[in-house]
Ligand binder design. Structure first.
Ligand code: PMT
Length: 220
């Protein structure tokens, strides 16, 4: 702590939750507030990094000293990540990204019709940004960090996800209706592709952010 150990580095952080529109007034979304990702951005600035924050629908003020790019959907987030990651030393995907989006977008508000059953919503798969960036690192030696939001079998699911996504570190946190999403605190285990397992006790999201950058610096 207190060191400028990210000086001269460019880091990219995604935060918030994507919204996948159905029509001009409705979307499929999730409960991410963006707080964990914004904490990562603030912490990296304090440690001397140049920070690009890709923010998906977070109702938070832009942190000082950070380049903020606002996006809406998973597809827009992917474009922004690929662009920002080109010269990045580290990419941290804290955003909650929708795995699926509605197959069609209605340009006019979808109406309910009297006496008719509701129409099912057909979904198509979104690109997996973390898997893509992990597989073809735009910059050699780039450290890629993912998050895993799990409700059960947190560690086992985290290990499997780390292997599947191919990132260097995976921050596993438990989520629920009133857990982690939107709160000021978090508790997590930082899993490394090298087999390491670092538990981070319940505390401010800023403290977890600092712990994550410690591990990135160690690998950078
Ligand atoms: O924003 P807060 O209210 O502070 O809450 C923080 C948080 C719970 C959102 C955060 O700590 C967190 O866990 N973020 C990741 C949420 C998530 O989407 O988890 P996942 O297990 O569905 O995805 C795994 C990883 O793949 C994530 O790094 C995600 O960004 C990435 N992903 C997922 C799907 C997809 N199509 N593309 C991706 O890149």
């Amino acid at each position: 702590g207190g060191e400028r150990d990210l000086a001269g580095k460019h880091v990219v952080v995604s935060a918030g939750g994507t919204r996948e529109p159905l029509d001009p007034v409705r979307f499929l979304g999730n409960r991410s507030s963006g707080k964990q990702g914004y904490a990562l951005a603030r912490s990296a600035v304090a440690r001397g990094a140049r920070v690009t924050l890709l923010s998906a629908n977070a109702a938070l003020p832009d942190p000082a000293g950070v380049d903020v790019v606002h996006v809406g959907t998973a597809v827009q987030l992917r474009e922004a990540v690929l662009k920002a990651a080109a010269d990045a030393d580290a990419v941290v995907m804290a955003a909650a990204v929708a795995d699926f989006r509605p197959e069609t977008y209605a340009t006019g508000k979808i109406k309910k019709k009297d006496g008719q059953e509701p129409a099912p919503i057909a979904l198509v798969r979104n690109p997996d940004i973390l898997a893509e960036i992990s597989a073809d690192r735009p910059r050699p030696g780039q450290v890629v960090v993912g998050f895993a939001a799990e409700t059960d079998d947190v560690l086992a699911n985290g290990r499997a996800k780390l292997a599947r996504k191919g990132c260097d570190l995976l921050v596993v946190n438990e989520v629920g209706e009133r857990k982690t999403f939107g709160s000021e605190e978090n508790e997590a285990v930082i899993l490394g592709a090298d087999g390491s397992e670092i538990p981070v006790p319940y505390g401010p999201k800023d403290a977890l952010a600092d712990r994550i950058w410690d591990e990135v610096v160690r690998r950078g």
